[in-house]
Design a protein around this ligand. Structure first.
Ligand code: HEC
Length: 118
């Protein structure tokens, strides 16, 4: 390997702070982090990497990947997360979480972010 290509490789590695996506998880976690801010999910949930005040309306979403179930009943898969984020009332009509009009793509990216944060 030449010096120049070595340097390029080092730069590429240094610039790549992102964790690889877990198997089966799709989407763009960095876009998801931005979307979580834009849709103001942080008004009710504490989320690692998204700043805001201390709130406990919904559960903190850190370490979501380690949970077996979301919202008490849904098996924790990316597909189910997308379903919940887009229309929580369809899963549980009594839930206090509002339907926020999240697009499919935004929900997928949010789920990708939530499934990669610790
Ligand atoms: C008005 C407050 C509120 C807002 C805004 C809100 N949520 Fe929630 N969320 C809740 C509540 C309350 C629950 C608990 C529902 C339950 O368990 O039935 C919940 C549950 C969840 C869960 C399941 C968590 C778990 O531990 O089981 C996820 C994931 C989630 N919300 C993601 C989001 C995302 C993403 C957004 C933004 C698009 C968002 N929420 C916006 C109140 C909110």
């Amino acid at each position: 390997m030449t010096r120049a290509s070595m340097l390029l490789l080092m730069l590429a590695l240094a610039g790549c702070g992102e964790r690889p996506l877990p198997a089966g998880v799709q989407g763009n976690p960095e876009r998801g982090r931005v979307a979580l801010t834009q849709y103001a999910c942080r008004a009710c949930h504490m989320i690692p990497g998204v700043t805001g005040s201390e709130v406990y309306v919904g559960r903190p979403l850190g370490g979501l990947a380690r949970r077996s179930f979301i919202a008490g009943s849904l098996p924790n898969t990316q597909e189910n997360l997308v379903k919940w984020i887009r229309n929580p009332k369809a899963v549980d009509p009594m839930t206090a979480m509002p339907v926020l009009g999240v697009s499919e793509t935004d929900a997928r990216d949010m789920a990708a972010y939530l499934l990669t944060t610790r």
